[in-house]
Design a protein around this ligand. Structure first.
Ligand SMILES: Cc1cc2nc3c(=O)[nH]c(=O)nc-3n(C[C@H](O)[C@H](O)[C@H](O)COP(=O)(O)OP(=O)(O)OC[C@H]3O[C@@H](n4cnc5c(N)ncnc54)[C@H](O)[C@@H]3O)c2cc1C
Length: 398
């Protein structure tokens, strides 16, 4: 994918060929006749997107806004090939929240079930003896109840970002890889273009969708975007044969209460296990892509306690990826700074499932259409002006 020649002008430059930039280019070219140019410094999906566990769920505790954007996006994913002409990997798999009564996380799990029911999204609840019958492969002695987000699924970040980018190209977008934006150009308080390591591109509008690199670019137009890049660690297990036969087909996505790690079945008979919001701040250019030995040992112990049949699992693969974490774990989708400057960033480890909605919301911002999906004001950058924690540091790791 990509062109060797860099155009010297576009109506809209989208910086970043991750899932958010690619989705934005798709929706912009579907809804408008603007000339759209995607600039990606490396390859499509080479950032957080390529490392994503790509779980598509709708349970977000009491937050209806994310349940809505997830559900809308999931409908799009189900129809992805029909809508875009591009096939994607997709496997239905319930996402289950395990909880204990009378705890803040138990309340969060119950609240999420209520939201799902209110939105007519399939949800089931198991408690007591039913738990062992529902999840015989898991050790749930300390668990009081489980809420299953029944219609969940998982996919693949590289597949989806590539699909969006090719479909955007088919709709007229230009996608250039291997070209880095070094500066955002402003004239008379309005976007004038971008400077790249291959020359200047004039443009009227710029969408900064550069994942954990976005704050650096936003700073060139005077915007302070509070994103901490955090390193998360992933291991793909090779389950023993009896687990693969008896348990893998019914294994849900999820993890014990606390939310600092989760597992899900993987394409190709593996089991993916990943840390969640446990990593320290990192540099997206130089972070160590190999998980720490101490983390692997800790995860092995936790996995053995939660899914005993996986205690003796081998390892198929391992890597690390980067979350773009905001103080409140909420996204930044906004017009901010000079006229024509848009932000789509801060997806905090849970952006994949919302990517179609994000592309649509950014398109609505660019065209000035009032979005009927959700109130995009929730994602505005200025929430950090009065309070540096924005909506507040979340109790649960969403
Ligand atoms: C380990 C892991 C597991 C995850 N699991 C899930 C999950 O199960 N479900 C879920 O919903 N979400 C999940 N996420 C989160 C989700 O993957 C991200 O929110 C999403 O991929 C963010 O996409 P993005 O396009 O914003 O960023 P990125 O994918 O990082 O894309 C940004 C792109 O911009 C490019 N770029 C940067 N700077 C420049 C520049 N100056 N010029 C040109 N190009 C530039 C980069 O090379 C990169 O390709 C996970 C993330 C990780 C890391």
């Amino acid at each position: 994918m990509g062109l060797t020649d860099l155009p010297d002008r576009a109506d809209v430059v989208v910086v970043g060929g991750g899932i958010m930039g690619a989705s934005t280019a798709y929706f912009l070219t579907e809804a408008t006749d603007r000339d759209v140019l995607v600039l990606e410094k490396d390859e499509i999906a080479s950032g957080s997107t390529g490392d994503s566990s790509a779980i598509i769920r709708h349970h977000y505790g009491p937050s209806e806004i994310y349940a809505r954007t997830a559900a809308w996006s999931h409908d799009f994913y189900r129809a992805f090939e029909e809508r875009t002409g591009e096939a994607i990997a997709y496997a239905p798999n319930p996402m289950v929240r395990f909880a204990t009564e009378g705890t803040p996380s138990g309340d969060y799990v119950e609240a999420g079930a209520d939201v799902l029911r209110a939105l007519d999204l399939p949800v089931s609840r198991h408690e007591g003896d039913e738990l062992d019958a529902a999840y015989p492969m898991l050790e749930l002695d300390d668990i009081d109840f489980a809420v299953s987000d029944d219609d969940s699924a998982y996919s693949d970040g590289t597949d989806v970002a590539g699909g969006f980018a090719r479909a955007a190209q088919n709709q007229g977008a230009t996608v250039v890889t291997g070209v880095a934006v070094t500066d955002v150009l402003v004239e008379d308080e309005a976007i004038a273009g971008v400077e790249t390591d291959e020359g200047t591109v004039e443009a009227d509008e710029v969408v900064l969708a550069a994942g954990p690199w976005t704050p650096r670019l936003a700073a060139t137009v005077g915007l302070d975007v509070p994103i901490e890049p955090m390193r998360e660690q992933v291991v793909i297990l090779d389950p023993p044969a009896d687990f693969s036969e008896e348990s893998l087909p019914d294994l849900p996505s999820g993890g014990p209460p606390g939310g600092d790690w989760y597992l899900r079945p993987d394409f190709g008979e593996g089991v993916l296990v990943a840390t969640h919001h446990t990593g320290g701040e990192t540099d997206p250019d130089t972070y160590d892509r190999t998980p720490d030995q101490s983390t692997l040992l800790d995860l092995t112990e936790k996995i053995g306690a939660f899914a005993p049949g996986l205690a003796e699992a081998g390892v198929q693969g391992q890597y690390c990826g980067v979350y773009s974490t905001t103080p409140d774990h909420d996204f930044v989708i906004d017009q901010a700074g000079p006229d024509g400057c848009y932000l789509a960033c801060g997806f905090s480890g849970h952006g994949f499932k919302h990517a179609p909605a994000v592309g649509r919301l950014v398109t609505d911002l660019v065209t000035g259409a009032e979005s009927s999906l959700v109130d995009v004001e929730f994602f505005a950058l200025d929430r950090f002006e009065d309070d540096p924690t924005g909506h507040g540091v979340p109790d649960d790791k969403i």
